[in-house]
Write a protein that binds this ligand. Structure first.
Ligand SMILES: [Zn+2]
Length: 131
């Protein structure tokens, strides 16, 4: 599974986006260390705060089926510029990724650029140290 193939799967997943409020469809596809791919879309809500991003949808699908390690994740949006994961999604990715996890960001033209998770969220919070 190369970066372009994963990005294509993220782009294909966009068709299931539920985004009646923003009209901005996002698809994500992630590869786990078991070799399986999980896709996700943004799922919006009339109460905007209840909206879930495509990346987290894909992560939660994978984790809820027993996966624990993300090798790479591709994100496909509908803008001319690259679509990056939001801050909350970056934190969720850190929970199930590591320094080698790749984040493949693309635009609607199909251009992609690959980042490490560490580049996107340096000095991440990773441990609960208790009270
Ligand atoms: Zn997000």
């Amino acid at each position: 599974m190369d970066n372009s193939e994963l990005f294509k799967m993220a782009t294909d997943a966009k068709k299931y986006s539920y985004s009646p409020y923003s009209g901005f469809k996002v698809g994500a596809a992630l590869l786990t260390d078991s070799g399986k791919v999980y896709t996700g879309t943004n799922v919006e809500n009339a109460s905007f705060g209840a909206t879930n991003c495509a990346e987290r949808t894909a992560v939660f699908k994978a984790v809820s089926e027993g996966e624990r390690k993300i090798v790479s994740i591709a994100i496909s949006g509908e803008s001319d510029s690259l679509v990056f994961p939001c801050g909350i999604c970056r934190q969720v990715l850190v929970e199930f990724g590591d320094e080698n996890t790749k984040v493949i960001c693309g635009n609607r033209k199909g251009d992609i650029k690959v980042f490490s998770l560490k580049e996107l969220l340096p000095n991440a919070f990773t441990e609960f140290e208790g009270m």
